[in-house]
Design a protein around this ligand. Structure first.
Ligand code: ZN
Length: 261
């Protein structure tokens, strides 16, 4: 039952994330009804139901018949699946009784950060920016969450955040911001706060590994046509964060013969 609720909640949140992904980089108000980006007609509520409307309309606007981006159902479905995963793979810090206040606060916090990460993934992929309007509130909420719920791990998570921030800040200085920008530096701080040590190390490792692999494939294909000719790094950071968050313990156990944790 909880799975279905979380899945439906994820679809609804994913639908809202699509609005953020479209409007934040264009500096449009996030309030107000959705409209078709082609004919600008307002979209009726019954044409705005996550997944279903896309399927019923055959992926086309009801009025001008221009195609609706596949991004819409993809974001909705991804968010829904991640919301269910949060419940399936409880972080070691939320082994409290379901429906206790502490559990619900933690669940809410994780869903919020994961939603922010999904928005960052697609905005950076399409526009090459990581909006402060998402990262700053997420950092403040993370600090507030740690202080109010997990004071015992606040220092270690804050140190992870600072170390990861400095690491990226140095990278940006050394590469003169060619491959990464301040957006990545701020996101790295958020990742540290969210994951703590040693998961932050896994997240960064996965991000660099997948980033390098994908860049190499794109170069070989001669398809490097992203913003400014570089591949945005934010999506890889988000991927690493999600992988470390959900499977961090498993990955650490697999790697433990070679590590000294
Ligand atoms: Zn239209």
């Amino acid at each position: 039952m909880i799975f279905i609720l979380l899945f439906i909640l994820g679809l609804a949140v994913g639908s809202f994330l699509n609005v953020l992904i479209y409007r934040l980089p264009r500096n449009l108000s996030i309030f107000g009804r959705s409209f078709c980006p082609h004919c600008k007609k307002k979209i009726a509520w019954h044409d705005n139901i996550p997944l279903l409307s896309f399927a019923i309309l055959g992926g086309k606007c009801r009025y001008c018949r221009s195609p609706i981006s596949l991004q819409y159902p993809i974001v909705e479905l991804t968010t829904a699946i991640l919301f269910v995963l949060v419940f399936l793979f409880p972080n070691e810090s939320i082994k409290y009784q379901v429906l206790s206040i502490k559990y619900l606060v933690s669940l809410g916090y994780y869903l919020l950060i994961i939603s922010s990460l999904v928005a960052i993934f697609f905005i950076d992929l399409k526009h090459g920016i990581i909006p402060d309007k998402i990262v700053y509130p997420a950092v403040v909420i993370s600090l507030f969450f740690l202080i109010s719920q997990y004071l015992n791990i606040l220092i270690s998570h804050f140190l992870s955040a600072t170390a990861s921030f400095l690491f990226f800040f140095l990278l940006v200085l050394i590469t003169r911001g060619r491959s990464m920008g301040m957006g990545d530096v701020k996101l790295a701080f958020l990742m540290g706060l969210f994951l703590g040590f040693p998961k932050i190390v896994i997240a960064l490792y996965v991000a660099f590994l997948t980033g390098a692999a994908v860049s190499l494939i794109l170069v070989l294909w001669g398809k490097k046509k992203f913003s400014g000719g570089t591949v945005p790094f934010g999506p890889f950071l988000v991927f690493g964060t999600l992988l470390a968050f959900f499977f961090g313990e498993v990955l650490l156990r697999l790697a433990s013969p070679w590590l000294n944790f």
